[in-house]
Design a protein around this ligand. Structure first.
Ligand SMILES: [Zn+2]
Length: 307
């Protein structure tokens, strides 16, 4: 690992992300576009970056769920690696980097849920969050379980794809109001973060999307019975490269996630990739970051090659 900018030395907060983007901009200005897709509930800019100049558009997003901040770190490690290969005009593991750069516009939203992540990693104290104190206070000693945004909506249950069904399913397990996880929101697209993702996606109409989550070493690729050309074939290549399990379709199992909505709206390949292996409902451990990165690295190159 020869990364100079993205360091694996602390839980990856929104502040870390912002700093890293500044350094990347300075180092790789010619090949990198940075902007924002909207704002979080607490007014933080939801950042995006773009690498490449091709007509094919790939979209990677990470940290819909607060305690899955490792997904942001992993994609940022990849971003630096890719930029470095481009700058040095090097090929890598059989991938022709210049060809990928010219063929694909690679878009990344590395942290969909900056407020949630910062609460989860201890970057924002409860004293700054008076308005949400009642909701958040019970979790100050178990921050690592927090998945929702800052006002208790699970952002990956807030998209318009079977949202009513998700609402029913979650009510069955007793979640009907703001919570650390599993609350679908008062209606779909009720949150600033999901609205930003929706608008950004509608503008760009990506050819393929990958949503990074943790954990389980699994790849989800379908929504209901919608047939998406090449989706399974590409999923198999991801599975082979990572050693992750490409899950077989389970009808009526998943609703209102970004991947679900993307497939429904665009009929293009979309994946949820559950990175790493750790404790259910908790963050992955920082010391496993390099191992997890190595598991998934090739997936991003394969996506560019295959699309
Ligand atoms: Zn998740």
């Amino acid at each position: 690992m020869e990364n100079k900018i993205i360091k694996i030395n602390k839980k990856y907060s929104y502040r870390n992300l912002k700093n890293d983007l500044e350094y990347l901009k300075y180092e790789y200005l010619d090949n990198l576009v940075i902007g924002d897709i909207g704002e979080s509930i607490l007014g933080e800019k939801i950042k995006f970056l773009k690498i490449g100049k091709g007509d094919k558009k790939i979209f990677i997003n990470a940290s819909h769920h607060a305690n899955e901040w490792m997904t942001s770190l992993i994609i940022m490690i990849f971003v630096e690696k890719y930029l470095n290969l481009i700058k040095n005009n090097q090929n890598y593991k059989g991938f022709n980097i210049e060809e990928l750069f010219n063929k694909v516009s690679f878009y990344v939203v590395p942290m969909v849920n900056p407020d949630g992540v910062d609460f989860c990693v201890g970057e924002r104290r409860i004293s700054e969050l008076e308005k949400y104190k009642e909701l958040l206070e019970p979790y100050v000693n178990s921050l690592d379980s927090w998945k929702a945004n800052i006002r208790g909506v699970d952002l990956n249950l807030n998209y318009p794809a079977g949202w009513e069904q998700a609402k029913i399913n979650k009510a069955k397990i007793g979640v009907i109001k703001p919570n650390y996880r599993d609350y679908v929101g008062p209606n779909y697209l009720s949150e600033k973060e999901t609205i930003a993702m929706y608008k950004f996606s509608m503008i760009h109409k990506f050819d393929l999307s990958i949503s990074l989550h943790s954990q389980g070493q699994e790849i989800y690729w379908n929504y209901q019975n919608i047939e998406v050309p090449r989706a399974k074939e590409i999923g198999k290549k991801f599975a082979k490269a990572s050693g992750y399990l490409l899950t077989e379709p389970v009808f009526n199992s998943s609703f209102a996630g970004y991947k679900d909505w993307f497939i429904k709206e665009f009929q293009k390949p979309a994946y949820t990739i559950e990175i790493g292996k750790g404790e259910e409902g908790k963050s992955l451990k920082l010391e496993n970051a390099i191992k997890v990165y190595q598991e998934v690295e090739e997936i991003f190159f394969i996506a560019m090659e295959e699309i």
